[in-house]
Design a protein around this ligand. Structure first.
Ligand code: MN
Length: 263
């Protein structure tokens, strides 16, 4: 009996023949992974650290494993609505209770890498998104909104965090754009290449950290420290971003994968 053709059997075939490829949107996670710097009156998140439990030695002759220690928001990571005070009262707002269907969604990728190369504090506006939609079509509800800035190509902690006397400088989204995406486009959330979903200077915005405030205030998610967004088409990729099932977790490091058509 011939196997029934389904969308999943076709996907398996396309993965096998290379017409769909899997792109890794994840940064390596280690002691050198940059962690967000907050002003000194706030508690800092520790850097990633790892210690060996055993390494084929007296502590475990046939096995190798480690203990890891890190903040939930380290490296390529997921922000759950409960991460922000504006999202704290939603049902199913933590990493263990979000319905898993929301961890898979289509990606809309807006490329502002040229603008960011000229101006590191670049903020995406509603008008930019409307212009993108004029070219690529309206953003469908339940889409990931991914901001390609090429910021992930910066080498080393200093260049990546880009801290100056007046705080960090990195691109992000204007608050009107965030509200538009959350309310009028009903996105799953926003994904960025920078250390957090807000712009570097966003602590001084009104309100502070508008991307966190309005995205999580609408029950939506964030993805930070993504890479390889330059390998994604403007539309047509599917992103799989499932955080660890930490009980009452505010977020977690994760492996973010994109399924991308190659022709
Ligand atoms: Mn975060």
């Amino acid at each position: 009996m011939a196997a029934r053709v389904t969308v999943l059997s076709l996907l398996v075939e396309e993965l096998k023949n290379g017409r769909v490829k899997v792109v890794d949107l994840t940064q390596p996670l280690g002691p050198d992974t940059p962690v967000i710097d907050l002003p000194p009156m706030f508690a800092p998140s520790p850097p990633f650290s790892m210690e060996t439990i055993s390494h084929y030695d007296d502590k475990g002759p046939a096995w190798y494993w480690n203990t890891i220690h890190l903040g939930e928001h380290t490296g390529t990571h997921f922000d759950a609505p409960i991460h922000w005070v504006t999202g704290k009262d939603y049902a199913n707002n933590s990493t263990d209770t979000i319905p898993v269907s929301r961890f898979v969604g289509p990606a809309c990728v807006v490329d502002v890498s040229k603008e960011v190369a000229h101006y590191e504090d670049f903020l995406l506006t509603r008008e930019h998104v409307l212009a993108w939609e004029g070219e690529h079509g309206k953003i469908q509800p339940g889409s990931w909104f991914l901001l390609r800035t090429d910021w992930s190509k910066r080498q080393g902690r200093e260049a990546f965090l880009n801290a100056k006397a007046d705080g960090p400088h990195s691109p992000g989204l204007h608050k009107d754009c965030v509200q538009f995406l959350a309310q009028e486009r009903d996105v799953l959330g926003v994904g960025v290449e920078t250390v957090g979903t807000d712009a570097g200077q966003a602590g001084a915005f009104d309100p502070p950290f508008p991307c966190h405030t309005f995205m999580h205030g609408a029950g939506k998610f964030g993805l930070a420290s993504l890479k390889n967004l330059d390998q994604l088409p403007a539309t047509g990729a599917v992103v799989i971003a499932a955080p660890l099932k930490i009980v009452n977790g505010s977020g977690s490091p994760l492996r973010v994968l994109a399924l991308v058509p190659t022709e």
